[in-house]
Ligand binder design. Structure first.
Ligand SMILES: [Zn+2]
Length: 284
């Protein structure tokens, strides 16, 4: 059932939405092509469409801070989900490590800025269809922007069991890293993504899914960059990230953002960091 979730949600979210004037929002109908058992499956997983919620900065931040202290949300749990995401066994697991890293050093603060916060990137106020955001993760995508979406995804991820990780799951990531480490000095993230695609290193992924996985490795500091410390070690404010983006010389293609945008072949793979995060900390 779970592996079909993306297909079922696609039937719903690929259709045009209806504008509900009274509520000032776009809603998605349940199409006739959905079977009773598919609908029942969505209900059980709490994934019916149009689960709108209004989020405001201070309360969203507080919910994130509470998650930071949640016992279940630890590195072995999010790593296990990520490894199953890379093998393709459960693509929904790809996002949770990225969201977890964002939380790691997130500081308490007051909203600063106009529409979105210059410190944490949360919006001042925004209404989201939570199921629509989760659909992207069930489709195997992972993103490091828009932290409000991390809140939605982490609150769902807490319902998951920690998967059992095998030697071959670990090997999949190790193989990916040794492949990346073979990069030519001047290789850009875009060229790396193409090389991975050409050599079928991450089967059944599209370009943006591959970027999501690489971006997570960059957030870990496993794909290092020379501009700033990875989020795994240090929190950078949105304002600092904008400043770094502006300063970056020979800025890379617009569809790659920091920290992956700061990686070049010459930076290779930081295997020490890999060992720290995926071997030592998973065993402890
Ligand atoms: Zn903020």
């Amino acid at each position: 059932m779970k592996e079909n979730i993306a297909k079922i949600l696609k039937k719903i979210y690929d259709q045009d939405a209806d504008y509900k004037k009274k509520l000032d929002r776009w809603e998605h109908k349940i199409p006739k092509t959905l079977t009773d058992s598919e609908l029942e499956g969505l209900k059980i997983l709490d994934l019916l469409p149009n689960q709108f919620e209004v989020f405001e900065h201070d309360t969203a931040l507080q919910r994130l801070m509470n998650l930071k202290n949640h016992k279940k949300l630890n590195l072995p749990f999010v790593n296990a989900l990520f490894l199953k995401g890379i093998t393709g066994e459960n693509v929904r697991g790809r996002q949770t490590l990225m969201s977890f890293i964002y939380l790691k050093h997130l500081p308490e603060h007051k909203f600063q800025g106009n529409e979105s916060c210059e410190i944490c990137g949360l919006p001042k106020k925004e209404t989201l269809d939570k199921t629509e955001e989760l659909y992207s993760y069930y489709s195997g995508h992972s993103w490091n922007e828009l932290p409000l979406h991390f809140l939605v995804e982490l609150e769902e991820a807490l319902k998951f069991d920690q998967p059992e990780i095998t030697e071959s799951d670990h090997q999949k990531l190790a193989d990916l890293l040794s492949f990346i480490d073979g990069a030519e000095e001047g290789e850009t993230p875009g060229q790396l993504e193409k090389r991975i695609a050409k050599n079928k290193i991450l089967p059944k992924t599209d370009k943006y899914q591959r970027y999501g996985i690489l971006q997570t490795l960059a957030e870990c500091g496993i794909l290092p960059n020379e501009y700033f410390e990875p989020a795994f070690d240090k929190f950078s404010t949105q304002k600092e990230l904008w400043e770094i983006s502006k300063k970056m010389k020979g800025s890379s293609r617009s569809d790659v953002i920091l920290p992956l945008a700061g990686w070049r072949g010459v930076n290779k793979v930081n295997f020490k960091k890999y060992k720290e995060i995926f071997v030592d900390l998973m065993e402890s």
